[in-house]
Design a protein around this ligand. Structure first.
Ligand code: AMP
Length: 159
């Protein structure tokens, strides 16, 4: 099999797992979705469901957008306000653990966008940001993203 078709099959597999993960997440736990996603042996630049959201191939509830980042409401909210903030260009950042020094600017941009969106959403009493990484971190979509959670009292330690 050619390298190209092998890659296509892997990408299709990743895409299917990502779609499946997003659909089953309301039935199964976040942990199950994360383990299902981690089971797909694909490269860090493979497309995910977030690429479809960026390209407007599937609908999402966008709350903020600029030339670098996109923020939209999580399909399976874990708090009254739950927003996912992503870079429009992944550039190898499938997760925080894959970051390199050249990513510092976009990482800072994601943080600052969380602050902007928190203000826009009226989270004046506080909020939480979360970055899940890898199977142990319950990451289910391998395109780096910041979760912005608010609108209720958070607990500590987190689960
Ligand atoms: P993580 O588990 O940290 O990788 O976070 C991925 C998040 O993406 C989960 O909270 C999912 O609910 C969310 N998600 C997956 N698919 C969609 C979608 N189509 N629209 C909005 N959020 C999604």
């Amino acid at each position: 099999m050619s390298e190209g078709s092998n890659r296509d099959i892997k990408e299709a597999g990743r895409s299917r797992v990502a779609v499946l993960s997003s659909h089953i997440v309301s039935m199964a736990s976040e942990k199950d979705a994360a383990l299902a996603a981690a089971a797909a042996p694909v490269p860090s630049d493979s497309p995910t469901i977030f690429d479809k959201i960026i390209n407007k191939e599937i609908p999402s509830n966008v709350v903020y957008e600029d030339d670098k980042v996109l923020a939209f409401r999580d399909i399976n909210p874990q708090a009254p306000t739950h927003i996912v903030i992503i870079p429009k260009v992944k550039d190898g950042l499938s997760g925080l653990s894959k970051s390199e020094e050249r990513h510092c600017e976009i990482l800072g941009r994601l943080m600052y966008t969380a602050k902007l969106v928190a203000k826009q959403e009226g989270l004046d009493d506080g909020f939480r940001i979360v970055i899940n990484d890898g199977p142990n971190g319950c990451q289910s979509v391998y395109h780096i993203h910041v979760h912005l959670l608010g609108g209720r009292q958070m607990n500590w330690p987190p689960g």
